[in-house]
Design a protein around this ligand. Structure first.
Ligand SMILES: [Zn+2]
Length: 286
C-alpha cells in the first residue's frame, strides 16, 4: 500500500475552540510523501509536526508545542486522519486551538472524505508490535500485544449511573471507523463544569458539543447522543488520535486500555517508541 494525502485543499469555518472560546477556521492542504501530519499556526508562522516528540502532557486535551507556541485540542482531527488512513496533511489554524465543532470527529471526517484521498508514490509504513508492551500508572493500565490488525479494547468506569462500567472492542479500518467511532461526542460531568470554568477553560463548550452527565445520574442532553455507550466510544476516538502521534504511523497490535486519558495515552506512546524499540518493527504496509 502507498502513502496518501487529500486530493485538494479545503476549509472548515464557523468553529470555536472548546477551551478558548475563540472563533477559528481550520484549513487542510495536500502534502507530499513523508511529510506526515503537521499543523501550521498562521498567526505565528510556526509549523509543528503532530508527533509525540512535540506533544505535551495534559489531562484535558492533546497539545503540541514548539518554541513556546502551542496548538491545542488536536486529538479529534488526528483521530480522523488515522481513521481515514491519511499519512500526509498540512493543517492550518488561525488561533491556538483546533475548533471543537460538534465534539466528535464528524465534521472533519465529512469534509476530508468529501475532498477525497489521493494515493502517492511512496510506500506506507506501519508500526508492527512484536512483543507485549505494558504501562501502568495509578489506576490506569494500557498494554499492547502482537496482532495482525490494529484493535482497540477500551474500558471505563465512572460513578455515574449512565456510564458505570463500559467496555468495547474496536477493529480499526476505514469502514469501522466511519460506522462505529467518528460521531462519538465528547462528554463531561456536570460536577466538573464549574471547576473547569473557574480554571478559565471550556469557554467554547455548549450542549451541542458535549454529552453532559448531570449530578442526578442522568444525561442532560440525550438528544445529542447517538449510542448509549458513546462516552466509551469517544475515549476510543481520542486514543486513535493520540496513538497517531507515533510518527503518524498506524500501530498494528491489540491494545487493551482501562481508564486511560490523553496524558496516559501520550506517556504510553512515548514509552513504546523510545524505551521499547526491541518490541516493534517499522515495516511497509502490505
Ligand atoms: Zn475527545
Amino acid at each position: 500500500m502507498n502513502q496518501t494525502t487529500i486530493k485538494e485543499s479545503c476549509v472548515l469555518t464557523g468553529g470555536v475552540g472548546l477551551h478558548s472560546g475563540k472563533k477559528t477556521a481550520i484549513y487542510f492542504y495536500p502534502a507530499p510523501a513523508n511529510h506526515g501530519i503537521q499543523f501550521l499556526r498562521s498567526d505565528k508562522s510556526t509549523t509543528i509536526p503532530a508527533t509525540y516528540q512535540y506533544a505535551e502532557s495534559s489531562a484535558l486535551c492533546t497539545t503540541i508545542a514548539k518554541n513556546e507556541i502551542k496548538i491545542t485540542t488536536i486529538e479529534h482531527v488526528m483521530s480522523v486522519c488515522n481513521g481515514l488512513g491519511l499519512d500526509n496533511v498540512l493543517i492550518e489554524i488561525t488561533e491556538e486551538e483546533v475548533p471543537i465543532l460538534d465534539g466528535s470527529g464528524l465534521f472533519f471526517y465529512q469534509k476530508l472524505s468529501q475532498v477525497g484521498v489521493k494515493i502517492l508514490d511512496k510506500p506506507k509504513k506501519v508500526i508492527r508490535i512484536t512483543d507485549t508492551v505494558s504501562y501502568n500508572k495509578d489506576n490506569v493500565a494500557i498494554y499492547i500485544t502482537p496482532s495482525n490488525q490494529p484493535v482497540f479494547t477500551f474500558s471505563i468506569e465512572y460513578e455515574h449511573q449512565q456510564i458505570g462500567h463500559q467496555e468495547y472492542t474496536f477493529h480499526l479500518n476505514e469502514t469501522n471507523y466511519k460506522d462505529q467511532i467518528v460521531q462519538a461526542k465528547t462528554f463531561c460531568l456536570e460536577k466538573d463544569i464549574q471547576k473547569m470554568q473557574d480554571m478559565g477553560l471550556i469557554k467554547g463548550g455548549s450542549k451541542e458539543s458535549a454529552i453532559i452527565l448531570n449530578n442526578n445520574g442522568e444525561v442532560d442532553n440525550m438528544e445529542v447522543m447517538t449510542w448509549l455507550n458513546e462516552p466509551n466510544l469517544h475515549k476510543i476516538l481520542d486514543q486513535v488520535g493520540d496513538f497517531y502521534l507515533a510518527n503518524n504511523l498506524r500501530i498494528i497490535g491489540n491494545t487493551y486500555s482501562h481508564k486511560s486519558g490523553h496524558a496516559t495515552n501520550l506517556a504510553f506512546i512515548t514509552h513504546l517508541m523510545d524505551e521499547c524499540q526491541n518490541k516493534y518493527i517499522i515495516e511497509e504496509d502490505i
